[in-house]
Design a protein around this ligand. Structure first.
Ligand SMILES: O=C(O)CCC(=O)C(=O)O
Ligand SMILES: [Fe+2]
Length: 280
């Protein structure tokens, strides 16, 4: 597995400027969404900058949960059969260490936004003391994604009645905590290339953890990949399939894949907020 050396050059959109309806910033956003469909959203000094303090604590609490034994009650109770929401441990590969068979997996925990904000989602014990943080993070990320979408859709004349994503109407909107044990070399693909369903996705990574294709000068995708850099104080945002469709292809649903971070083998963590007003 080779580590891709190229680094994507993505636009950095300032959230506060966008919230203040700054025309230049809106144009920058439109340009980013029409071309690659992915950009950084700078939250530093914005009205929701606290998420940058909350997220690492939530990641830590998530890791405490993920590190519990696979068959413990807390994990068992967090499995929601037949749904992407809840706890998942996908078996990815097995290897022997000192003659003992070790099974490694991607682990993820998705909190269903609708049920959570309506007080109908039971958090695992490891996360209960973080309830306020989770609520704050959910609301902040939701507010950010709404602001982006409102400005973007107005600028490209796309009307989406379900944009507000009313939590009392069934949706697939969710907050996901991502955990991957430190067993694969840097740059290993842990989720193959795909586009996201829904309207838009917002991601937080502390290290390079995603790649997008390199595009040629005509904007066509090549077979080569480039790393999506981490920008301090910013989250990563990408357009998803429903928004591409609703915009008649004006906005690009970004092809991307998830990879292990650079350097020596290490834990892979992330947080993802999926805005998915349409239940599938
Ligand atoms: O970071 C990850 O593990 C996957 C993020 C992603 O692209 C997705 O869940 O759609
Ligand atoms: Fe994705």
């Amino acid at each position: 597995m080779t580590v891709e050396d190229e680094i994507a050059s993505l636009a950095i959109i300032d959230y506060e400027a966008l919230a203040n309806k700054d025309g230049k910033e809106i144009q920058k956003l439109v340009q980013a969404c029409k071309s690659v469909g992915m950009f950084h959203l700078n939250l530093g000094n914005s009205r929701i900058k606290d998420v940058y303090e909350d997220i690492p604590s939530l990641i830590q609490a998530g890791n405490d949960f993920f590190n519990l034994p696979g068959d413990c009650e807390e994990k068992k109770q967090s499995i929601h059969k037949g749904m992407e929401r809840g706890y998942h441990a996908a078996k990815t590969f097995e290897y022997y260490e000192k003659a003992i068979l070790i099974t490694q997996s991607n682990r993820a925990m998705q909190i269903a936004r609708d049920a959570y904000v309506q007080g109908e989602w039971t958090l695992p014990a490891s996360l209960v003391s973080h309830e306020k943080r989770i609520t704050r993070t959910l609301l902040s990320l939701h507010g950010a994604i709404q602001t982006i979408l409102t400005e973007l859709c107005a600028a490209v004349n796309v009307d989406i009645p379900e944009l507000s994503d009313d939590p009392s109407v069934a949706s697939d909107t969710a907050l996901k905590l991502v955990y991957k044990p430190p067993v694969q070399e840097a740059g290993a693909v842990v989720q193959p290339w795909h586009t996201d369903f829904g309207l838009m996705t917002l991601m937080w990574y502390n290290e390079v953890s995603a790649q997008i294709p390199i595009y040629d000068t005509d904007g066509r995708k090549t077979e080569r990949w480039q790393a999506v850099p981490v920008v301090e104080g910013a989250v990563l945002v990408n357009i998803a399939d429903e928004l591409e469709a609703k915009s008649s292809g004006q906005l690009r649903s970004t092809l991307h894949r998830a990879v292990t971070p650079p350097g020596p083998k290490k834990l892979r963590n992330g947080m993802v907020y999926f805005l998915r007003p349409y239940k599938i």
